[in-house]
Design a protein around this ligand. Sequence first.
Ligand code: SF4
Ligand code: SF4
Length: 687
Amino acid sequence: MTKKLLMGNEAMAHAALEAGVRVVAGYPGTPSSEIVETVAKLHAAGSAHDVHVEWSTNEKAALEVLFGASLAGARGLFTCKQMGLNVASDALMSLNYVSVRGGLVLVVADDPGPISSQTEQDTRRFAAFAKVPVLDPSTPEQAYAMVKAAFDLSERFHTPVIVRPTTRVDHASAFFDVADETFARPVPDDGFQRDVAKWVIFPRRAYEAHGEINERLPQIAAAFATEEPYAAFNERVGMGRAGEPASFGIMAGGISAAYAREALRMVAQRAAAAGVDMPPCRFMQVGTPYPFPEQAVASFASGLGDVLVIEELDHVLEDALTMWVGRTHASLTVHGKLTGEARDRGENDVDDIASRIERFLGLSGRLRLRRSIDDTLEEVQPAISAEELPARPPVLCPGCPHRGAFYAVKQALRGTPAVMCGDIGCYTLGNAKPLDAVDTCLCMGAGITMAQGLSIADPGKKAIAYVGDSTFFASGMTGLANAAYNGHDITVMVLDNATTAMTGSQPHPGTGVTLMGPRRDPLSIEAVLNANNFKRVYHADPLDKDASVVAVKAAVEFEGPSAVIFESPCIQLIKPGAPVLVNPEVCTGCKKCITEIGCPAIGFDTNAPGARSGDRGQAFVDPALCNGCGLCLQVCPFKAIVTLSASDTVAFPPVEVPEEEQLGQAAQSDVEQPEESAMPAEGGQDA
Ligand code: SF4
Ligand code: SF4
């Protein structure tokens, strides 16, 4: 064993390997991506033996691969973010009925905030909907323990099991003692055993299986309440003077349980510092929210009059506790999101929970003093709320080739009524001004199919769809077939940057790179388009403005399904070129380089004088940000932006300035500064 500092996702990967996992599959999505990557790294390093690890083309494919392996007796680990489970749900709902053989654990990472997602959906809800047990860790250490426990639970009850960390558990770090080498648990010698009555989900079998699920869920709930290691995930502690009965209770789940523990300590310290009696109260973490561990809850709630429920995303524990109170006629009042006493969305934090607990315990306004680090009493200052901090909307990176693609589409469509359907991934950011090139965004692959609906209902506008290369394979291909089969007049812009960029540059079928090492023949996007009867397919380099505009115009003019494949690698994959410079002798201060493409490397100095710019100021390029993509050179109408090779000096040749353009004589530019657009949904699932 070796002690390592690991983030929660890495720790869960180690836990699965130590549990003997044989197959690991998933689809990238923040905050879950590092789990598969850690397994791949350990496999490549030779310390994870006999494991197969892959990025599947999408979440549904991944879960079905794992279910096949489970039927042969192998343990499988599935990973995705919360919306990825929507994609995999078709398989999940049914495979739970079929039941599993080798342990099948799904780590589905939720994203309260949301920080990098288009929804705040709660996987605990999904687990209850699918009738699948779910474990909800409050710390990276608990996530590690839960993944191991989940494999045993899965095999004991023949059920898939979900472990649902949230972003802070995924990305927080702690020290772990982990195995130096791991070996996948051998698949039973008999492998897959044919049993049509069991493995083929006919309606009659589904009816029986539903009964089996209904029988096992109460057994699992009882195990959660009474058996280790599960019972430890539903920890109960008392606070306050020994022997004094508590009337108040705090119930919390997930990371909020860690916050609530800390908040309770803070409130107790503040009460002691202020000389105020803190009422005794009880605390319970519910680490196994579904099926609800009612026996453990009953012992926690016994004698309590009021319980405040703290959780992120939905009011899952609050609902379960309220139902339990109603069914058992317990004289208990439940407080939480539904009563307005807990945040109804977004992330929780310790300060906010502490102030809610103070209010709940009737201490508001009585704990204004607290003991500072030098042991003196100080006034409690309110924490800075997130609302007071400046907004920093996400933008395309400097030099991102997608910027050129969006710009070319907008240029080509000038005067053509059009609607531009975006998708999940970096190219959602084409929505930001000044590009302003994305009108819709729904979910993975939806740009292609939404464009088809718009082409039917609003034929006066040209329907454009954007899709990234990874999304193309994950969720785009059925939409292509639909467009060709039903004859929809759409133009698909494939923004191929040779990776799944937004989630951290993972490979996909178009790259030919696999996590197991051997390269495969990359799947051709053009061949897929041709196979789907797209009659016009053009290629363009998005950093070549004029050629890109020509390609888009040609594709848009065609009536019927057409496509442009923009090919240029993500800047994360290539060595940056030499930064460009603005020639102060030539720059007129027109700001076109800023208002047309919005590259973050280009700024504007309102105090910079210039022969042609007068007192309007001048553009400048931050060499630390510029990667020399060259797009701005093609946009500046005065050729004021230049590329210097490494051997050039930074001295510009003198420029003859016509008399009428000299200082102070040029008209003020009426172009506008780029505006901050509304924050676009940042896709975690794709590039
Ligand atoms: S060359 Fe121009 S557009 Fe490209 S990264 Fe540099 S400043 Fe931005
Ligand atoms: S587009 Fe050219 S002339 Fe205009 S501000 Fe930018 S660098 Fe200067």
